[in-house]
Design a protein around this ligand. Sequence first.
Ligand SMILES: [Zn+2]
Length: 353
Amino acid sequence: MRFSDIIGNKEVINALRQMADSGRVPHAILFYENDGCGAFALATAFVQYLNCRDHRDADSCGECPSCRQMSKLIHPDLHFVFPVNKGPKSSDDKPTSESYIKYWRELACSNPYFTEADLQKAIGIESKNGLIAVAEARNLLTKLSLSSVSDGYKAVIFYLPEKMNQETANRLLKLVEEPPEKTLFLFITHSPENVLQTIFSRCQSIRVMPLSKEEKARVRAMVPAQEDQEMTAFMDIFSDVMTSLISGDLLGAYESMENISAGESREKQKAFCIFVSDCLRNIFLLQQNLHQLVCLPDENMTEFFKKTASACSNAFCRKVFPELDKAVALIDRNVSSKIVFTDLVNRMFVSIK
Ligand SMILES: [Zn+2]
């Protein structure tokens, strides 16, 4: 991936290029993105640029042996850590990222803007929580103790550090604090508040900006059609629930919500909560008259969001955001999804006017 292939986030690209050109590369960077906004693309383009020996037009060349290996994500000095669990695509009893690396590469090469749900699906653990276990830290210690193959930077792209437990973090800490020379940790998080403080405090943070309407359309052009279908289904449920709530039809809202609370996997239910958070963000921005920050794919949807924003109280989004986080946490803890979503609808109902 070259910088010029990246959609949006020009300021982040400039900052990364400046770090590389000045030789002042922090040994740990934490990219904070909204799911699917391109932090992975930025991180890989950065490592490719650092290790390219033939820069062209302020970018990596894309043709040297290092660039070719980087673009296929098979460079021997490029390592990946991501949340995993046991599943049908690996026979390992205690799987690590290595167990699923083939599927990770397939996904990330075909769609560098993949989301957390895309990853779960790609490695076949849709119905489970992905975790970063201590074995992962052990593997990394071994890999990073080997000398660099190419004399360039060794890099670890660490996807969703919020999914690692304290034990894993303890193991990693020394490595992150005092990494071997020319070793780089690139963390990608969707919820920086859940990254263990010991790790967070040792990173330089970079905010990856949400994509504009036009940029999202360009990203969508590479996303498999299946994702679009899921988003359409989520949008249908959300608009039915909101329409019922606005008209005071609590029973109708329960019924619409059953489309997600009954029979769907926990990962899909969590993805729906995240989807609703994004929708509420749009409603909130519209209520604040920040129309220019709202990115919606078509006129119908824009119309729906405008109508909803004017029908909801100004406190609605502020009150419901924490409830969505809570719902995700409860689903994670295996609480009955029927109870979680009924409670969510109740809370939305009392906050809407
Ligand atoms: Zn190159």
